[in-house]
Design a protein around this ligand. Structure first.
Ligand code: FEO
Length: 394
């Protein structure tokens, strides 16, 4: 078996992780993932761009052996998170002359997280280059995609930009390049929602920066390589824009059916008004699906029963997560039911500090659904319709 290559003397030596189902012990990975590492063989020097998760170091080692690599001069670290860097600590033992090439923040992170000694580093500032002989690498800082130190590396002559996490997908497939655009789009959207959405305003700047760089291929460190960069860049342009869709997302939990009945009633009321509704019962929801729905939605409604007078812990978790992911939703509110006393509205609304939506009138009823509750939900549906019309979504 030969090592796949994406251009002359640029090889894919990373690892597929078909079985991984959770990332950071948080993010579901229905399609596994890959840790892409790219071997760039110049006429004088050899560089490895990003490495692999420590659990897959044996695959990287096997691939380097197959590629008949005798030495590595430079270990380029675009991102110090362990899924790309953990193996660097092992590689510098095998290739003791190798230098770790990264920016100043990357150096700090790698020294802290992996205890790589200071003398091992070559620090590159934004725009600086490194010659491999007939190939030149150029480094560009793109902070916060996904940690503060992240950068991307351009193979100038080959016109390939290595973007590490940015434009990645958690998608393990045997092929190197994108083959199924629909599947890749869906995986990329999930990845964006779970990892990149909190940084969408910074991504706008990074895309602007990319417009000044000459490249024909995007090689991320997760998922397939993009031979059609416009495909993924245009998808990102849509996701990071301020535009929302005529949609309402309702993450909810129901203990004794009252909240469920409210959600079902409101779902019908909104649907009848031409609004797309995405209810997520949090007891069975894949949070990745919920995150994807949050990318475009105009309105978020949290549904919860009162537990010990506050919100149900599952509703608190969903609210915390939604707030952390910072979707561009414009409106939010709470619906729910309580038995004797309830402070959950203040609790949930108080958590939406990063989204800062316009708050609509909550509908919180005592006990089982009442006619008054139905009227309040109809009124809420009318309000949402009016708000969406104001945004010209309907
Ligand atoms: Fe793929 Fe932020 O690591």
């Amino acid at each position: 078996m030969t090592i796949p290559k994406i251009k002359s003397n640029i090889y894919c030596v990373g690892a597929k992780d078909y079985d991984r189902r959770l990332f950071d012990d948080l993010i579901p990975l229905p399609d596994g993932t890959s840790y892409n590492a790219y071997l760039v063989v110049g006429s004088e020097k050899t560089a490895l761009i990003d490495a692999v998760d420590g659990a897959k170091f044996y695959v990287l080692q096997k691939n380097l052996k197959k590629a008949k690599v005798k030495t590595i001069d430079y270990l380029v670290s675009n991102h110090s998170e362990q899924d790309h860097s953990e193996s660097i600590a092992k590689l510098i033992e095998i290739y003791p002359k190798a230098k770790v090439v990264t920016n100043a923040k990357g150096k700090d992170h790698l020294m802290v997280h992996l205890h790589i000694p200071e003398e091992k580093f070559i620090v590159k500032d934004d725009g600086e280059t490194l010659s491999l002989g007939d190939k030149t690498l150029q480094f560009f800082n793109i902070p916060w995609v996904h940690w503060p130190e992240t950068m991307m590396t351009l193979a100038q002559e080959d016109k390939i930009i290595f973007t590490c996490d940015l434009f990645g997908t958690h998608l393990a497939q045997s092929e190197v390049f994108v083959v199924d655009k629909e599947k890749t789009f869906s995986s990329a959207k999930r990845y964006y929602a779970e990892i990149m959405m909190p940084f969408r305003k910074l991504i706008r700047k990074h895309i602007k920066k990319l417009e000044g760089i000459d490249f024909e291929m995007i090689a991320p460190s997760h998922g397939p390589v993009h031979q059609d960069p416009e495909f993924i860049i245009n998808a990102y342009k849509d996701w990071i824009s301020d535009d929302v869709k005529n949609e309402v997302v309702i993450p909810y939990v129901s203990m004794h059916h009252s909240v469920k009945e409210m959600v079902e009633y409101l779902t019908d009321a909104l649907s009848e008004r031409g609004i797309v509704v995405k209810p997520f019962n949090l007891t069975v929801t894949d949070i990745g699906e919920l995150a994807m729905a949050l990318v475009d939605t105009a309105t978020i409604i949290i549904g919860s029963p009162a537990v010990l007078t506050g919100a149900h812990p599952s509703a608190v978790y969903a609210t915390f997560l939604a707030n952390a992911l910072r979707p561009k939703a414009k409106f939010a509110t709470v619906i729910g039911s309580y038995g004797w006393k309830c402070q959950m509205t203040e609790q949930i609304v108080g958590m939406l500090t990063r989204i800062r939506p316009e708050l609509l009138e909550p509908v919180v009823i005592r006990g089982k659904m009442t006619d008054e509750g139905r009227k309040a939900l109809d009124k809420l549906a009318e309000t949402i319709l009016a708000k969406h019309k104001e945004l010209k979504l309907v």
